[in-house]
Design a protein around this ligand. Sequence first.
Ligand code: TXA
Ligand code: MG
Length: 354
Amino acid sequence: MKTKCFRQEEIKKAAELIQEGKLVAFPTETVYGLGADATNPEAVKKVYQAKGRPSDNPLIVHVSSIEMVETYATSISPIAYQLMTHFWPGPLTLIFPTHPERPLSKVVTGGLDTVAFRMPDNDITLQLIKESATPLVGPSANTSGKPSPTTAQHVLHDLDGRIDGVIDGGRCQIGIESTVVDMTQQDVITILRPGMITQDQLMEQTNVPVVFDTHLVEKDVAPKAPGMKYQHYSPETPVMMVDGGSHEWDRAIHTFHAQGKKVGLLLNKQSQKELAETSDRYYELSETRDIFQATAHLFDGLRYLDSEGDLDIILVETYPEENEGVGFMNRLKKAANHQWFCMNGEGFDGNVLQ
Ligand code: TXA
Ligand code: MG
């Protein structure tokens, strides 16, 4: 199959492919999604195949209006309307019970009787949904397990020849996937996947308790979002987290050099300038320690450092696990398989969310 790269002016052509049951990747403010008609089970099956995604991992349905949600979901509370009105279009996904008379296929929901919705903040993709006249499933447009794509080039790197098209909308601004919240319980909102919309922002808007799914806080608890249990965001090269200032970084780099290892660095520019050894391959996570910039560059940096395939280890700077840092650290810990550098050079499991 030849994968067509569409320009922004060619949305109509891309929409025709969607209507024919084909797969077209689209840009969003978070990461690129792999689009297919959510009402066409055969098309949705192809999404799982192209990504190599486990079939029990449900997909997010991307909409261009709240009416599209009302068509396929039920029990939408006033609080949920408030969240959709305030945060949409934007990086928030809400989960509702499926509509008893108009359910989307079990292929979309991974066999669950709930379904996830999001309105992406991207004019190209909102237009694509409207032109297609149907909601679109849109898992991140990467091979399952790899870092999510934040450019059309990343999409082609993973899926060229496996999908029908990709619309190039440039670089995604946010860089990690949306915050996913479970809206199926009364009087409590549960965050199943942290993202740029924070716990505090959700509480401010709603005045109801907002909690994290227990598996995000405790070990050995099965996640409620099936996707969170799979290995994720991992480049081929092992990743390790470094928590601390330039002293700790120097020690980490020195330790691996002494073992004859080739090191890649993903940290802020200011700290990189202060390192004792400066010969390692480096990708700028942010200029100063800015969590928004760092989040936008995390997946891109992991892909860049992985691309030559000659590094033994990628060392990544950590951020405080609070507010916007929660989403960043959730992705980084998974990419690093929870390995932190500590003084004796061995990793330990640092998967504790305060
Ligand atoms: O920002 C995003 O959300 C991106 C862009 C493309 O919109 N999409 C994305 O989709 O990240 P995906 O499929 O890679 O992640 C969907 C997550 C998975 O962790 C999945 O298990 C969870 O949402 N999910 C979807 N439907 C669910 C449901 N009914 N119940 C629980 N979790 C659900
Ligand atoms: Mg994904």
